[in-house]
Write a protein that binds this ligand. Structure first.
Ligand code: UDP
Length: 238
């Protein structure tokens, strides 16, 4: 694996590079060479969870690439005097990986979200990226110990495995089972299937440019207030 510069925030080592470089120099070659890789797209809530739970911290630390998702991480890095090049939103990474998978006709597995959301998301992906080989899909409401799910993923021989179980479950699932696989790029993608399915709208570009995506999500989903409180706790701790 090609080396990448890192920035440490509370024991979590974030990759310090642009999305473009991460994709072209790292992730695309990994996919083409059929290597194995684990990516965490970490926001302040994930860093806080890792602070509070040693097991989860160790799980996240197993990742080959920890990507700074969330503007709070960018502000924290700047404040600590080790600025990060840019925020890399998990959802943007998902779209670029799907585009590449379409160009190269790769095998993709969709694991996670509610059953109807999962089906809707894969249907939309099929329409938009017809050359992707969707080798399997499974909803995300199963027990972590349930090995039938991992067996079905393995049998499908995927190149790219999108794991949308929310944190910490998605990282725990990847960490627990990745050794059983010969190849595959595993990435925890949180609520991305809900957006792909059209169930949740992403903030308009102008909000994203102004670094206010978090605020847009809060207005649309006020129950997320608890998570925003975590972000402020994180900033305070930094
Ligand atoms: N989810 C799941 N299994 C679970 C818990 C959650 O598949 O046991 C799904 C949930 O349906 C949603 C996603 O995981 O699609 C989590 O979305 P959220 O917006 O909370 O994640 P974030 O992007 O903020 O990490």
């Amino acid at each position: 694996m090609v080396k990448v510069e890192k920035v440490n925030i509370m024991d979590i080592e974030f990759v310090n590079t642009t999305k473009e470089t991460l994709l072209t120099k790292h992730l695309f070659p990994i996919l083409l060479n059929q290597q194995k890789c684990f990516i965490v797209t970490a926001n302040p809530e994930i860093v806080m969870k890792a602070q509070e739970d040693q097991n989860y911290k160790q799980t996240v630390q197993q990742a080959h690439y920890i990507v700074p998702d969330g503007i709070g991480i960018i502000y924290a890095a700047k404040y600590l005097g080790t600025p990060l090049t840019e925020r890399i939103a998990g959802f943007d990474l998902v779209l670029d990986l799907l585009k590449f998978a379409n160009e190269k006709k790769l095998n993709v597995y969709f694991l996670g979200a509610r059953d109807e959301v999962n089906q809707k998301a894969t249907k939309k992906v099929k329409e938009k990226y017809p050359d992707i080989n969707i080798v399997g899909a499974h909803h995300g409401f199963f027990d972590l110990e349930d090995s039938t799910v991992v067996e079905s993923v393995k049998d499908a021989n995927p190149d790219l495995i999108l794991v949308a179980l929310g944190f910490p479950k998605q990282e725990e699932w990847i960490c627990k089972y990745m050794d059983d696989f010969e190849k595959g790029l595993f990435i925890g993608v949180g609520g991305s299937f809900d957006v792909l399915a059209g169930e949740v709208k992403r903030a308009p570009d102008i909000w994203i440019k102004l670094n206010l995506e978090w605020f847009y999500r809060l207005i649309k989903q006020p129950f997320r207030i608890k998570r925003i409180v975590k972000v402020f706790q994180f900033m305070f701790k930094v």
